[in-house]
Design a protein around this ligand. Structure first.
Ligand SMILES: [Fe+2]
Ligand SMILES: [Fe+2]
Length: 245
């Protein structure tokens, strides 16, 4: 299937726009240092996923020394881990500027909707190569939250948020939607594509709930339902689709 005919981006884009709406509603409403700490600690938890799957003694190396350990699965995984820990450190610096102390693993926030999202993804992460790349494709929700955070304005702290997420955005576009090129090359039958589409929608829906929970529920249940019914302008594709056949 050629990339421009692969409709997974079209299916995901309304949910990516929903994640962006969560962020814009949060920043246009009343926020406090506590609600900022809430979403930053929840995002910091997400960025440590690759570290948290390593044996405890390897995790300890990072928390004690700040050094990213070599991943047991080789160079590619080590590079990915280092990139995610770079994201963690950018977010940890924002947390520290609010809390006044260095971030500890105990203060990272594991929220219910995030746990449900990871449960949804888990069998696919352990599945076929196609399923693993499909899960990668859904990583970062099209980068829409990161993109919205690069636009945050206000004072010095808001500027620091924007600067941090500009760096994260550049990496996540490649981790996530950039995988569409790899997916489109798989020679799958129509039934398998249909399952892939259902998975992308299921993850999109759960990601929207995860983001809403992170940002202290700026979207009401009715608005979530409306987004799921398609009442939203889809998020524009973050990668050029016409370039690759
Ligand atoms: Fe990340
Ligand atoms: Fe990532």
């Amino acid at each position: 299937m050629a990339v421009e005919k692969c409709d997974l981006i079209d299916l995901a884009a309304p949910y990516w726009a929903g994640e962006a709406e969560v962020v814009s509603r949060y920043f246009s409403g009343p926020r406090t240092p506590e609600t900022d700490l809430h979403w930053l600690r929840a995002q910091a938890f997400k960025e440590t996923r690759h570290l948290r799957v390593l044996p405890p003694e390897m995790q300890e190396v990072y928390w004690v020394s700040g050094r990213v350990p070599d991943h047991p699965e080789g160079h590619g995984e080590t590079r990915k881990l280092a990139e995610e820990m770079k994201h963690f450190e950018l977010i940890a610096a924002l947390i520290t500027s609010l809390s006044g102390h260095r971030v500890t693993p105990a203060e990272l926030l594991s929220l219910d909707e995030e746990r449900k999202l990871q449960e949804l993804r888990a069998p696919y992460r352990a599945g076929t190569e196609f399923e693993r790349i499909l899960i990668d494709f859904t990583e970062g929700g099209g980068g829409s939250m990161y993109e919205m955070l690069t636009r945050v304005q206000g004072g010095e702290f808001e500027q620091r948020i924007a600067d941090a997420f500009r760096v994260i955005l550049a990496d996540e576009i490649i981790h996530g939607p950039g995988q569409i090129h790899a997916l489109a090359r798989f020679p799958l039958d129509e039934e398998s594509w249909e399952r892939a589409r259902e998975m992308v929608v299921a993850i999109g829906r759960q990601r929207l709930r995860m983001r809403n929970e992170m940002f202290s529920f700026p979207l009401e249940d009715e608005r979530i339902a409306a987004i799921e019914a398609g009442e939203i302008e889809p998020w524009p594709s973050p990668i050029p689709l016409s370039r690759v056949q």
